[in-house]
Design a protein around this ligand. Structure first.
Ligand SMILES: Cc1cc2nc3c(=O)[nH]c(=O)nc-3n(C[C@H](O)[C@H](O)[C@H](O)COP(=O)(O)OP(=O)(O)OC[C@H]3O[C@@H](n4cnc5c(N)ncnc54)[C@H](O)[C@@H]3O)c2cc1C
Ligand code: FES
Length: 263
């Protein structure tokens, strides 16, 4: 019988440094996976950490990891050619059909851009599949900006509003919270406009409120939730809120359900 807890080895193909504590690890992977799903990354003796897929390609997935603790510290000691252990993919991911043919707003805070990067990239490459698209991406400072090259490239096919909470020097982006830029969104018919919001809980709460204030119905908004997880596959109950397993039923939720799960 197949044991779902047994991880498989995956080779690190490339490491891209974004900031001093955030790197993307390109991992060898041949299999089906959707943007917004996650893998459990493990290192024997150190443990496991759930990490979202930030990119999907032929024979690889990208995992963008922030160095914060036991497992991630150890991952940062690995280089291209080394191996990590993975389990997954887990979770539901973003169902792109929810956004096809609609005007699309994506609001991402910090590493929240990572799980939604695959969605942005898909609709950047296939503008014929959606209407007008706006990405508002916010980071704490200019040093924290992730995926700079992608942000530049995405500007060619959508409105990209890049903003930092604070900046000591002149910066080539906006300054202020993502919510401040909601009035700049070129808004069409709100019934035909959908939004994805991913980031820290407070950012998600205020961003959703801002989108509701400009008329978006809550059923047109999706969020992605991060919770403390253990098994990642609906067995241990660690991530359970009420009768919802974040690891299994999420981490992507329509806001009509997600609003009961936001911290
Ligand atoms: C669905 C999902 C997707 C995720 N996607 C990503 C992703 O794409 N990229 C990413 O970088 N992260 C992601 N995370 C978060 C990541 O899984 C956590 O940051 C994970 O805990 C890291 O594991 P770690 O062992 O390195 O850190 P841990 O050692 O578990 O530390 C985690 C945090 O707890 C604090 N901490 C640790 N020990 C203590 C203590 N004794 N007292 C007080 N505080 C303490 C640390 O300072 C740190 O802030 C995701 C989480 C979920 C649930
Ligand atoms: S993490 Fe075990 S049930 Fe969700």
């Amino acid at each position: 019988m197949k044991n779902d807890y047994i991880p498989f080895p995956s080779k690190i193909l490339e490491v891209v440094r974004h900031t001093s504590i955030e790197y993307t690890f390109r991992m060898e992977y041949h299999g089906k996976v959707e943007p917004g799903q996650f893998f459990e990354v493990s290192i024997p003796k150190y443990g496991e950490a759930p990490i979202s897929v930030s990119g999907i390609g032929d024979g690889f997935i990208d995992l963008t990891i922030r160095r914060v603790g036991k497992v991630t510290n150890e991952v940062f000691e690995r280089y291209a050619g080394d191996t990590l252990l993975l389990r997954g993919p887990y979770g539901n991911g973003f169902d792109l059909s929810n956004y096809v043919g609609k005007d699309l707003i994506i609001m991402a805070g910090g590493t929240g851009l990572s799980p939604v990067r695959g969605v942005v990239d898909h609709f950047a490459r296939h503008p014929e599949q959606r209407g007008h698209m706006t990405l508002i991406a916010g980071f704490k400072t200019p040093h924290d900006i992730l995926f700079r090259e992608d942000l530049k490239r995405w500007e060619n096919s959508m409105d990209v509003i890049l903003t930092v909470d604070c900046a000591e020097e002149d910066v080539a982006c906006h300054v202020g919270l993502v919510t401040q830029y909601i009035p700049q969104i070129q808004l069409g018919n709100v019934e035909d406009t959908v939004a994805i919001v991913v980031g820290p809980p407070a950012m998600m709460r205020f961003s959703v409120q801002g989108l509701r204030n400009i008329g978006l119905p809550e059923e047109n908004i999706w969020i992605s939730q991060e919770r403390k997880m253990c098994c990642g596959l609906g067995k241990c109950g660690h991530c359970k809120v009420g009768d919802t397993y974040i690891c299994l039923d999420g981490p992507v939720f329509n806001y009509t359900k997600g609003k009961f799960l936001v911290d």
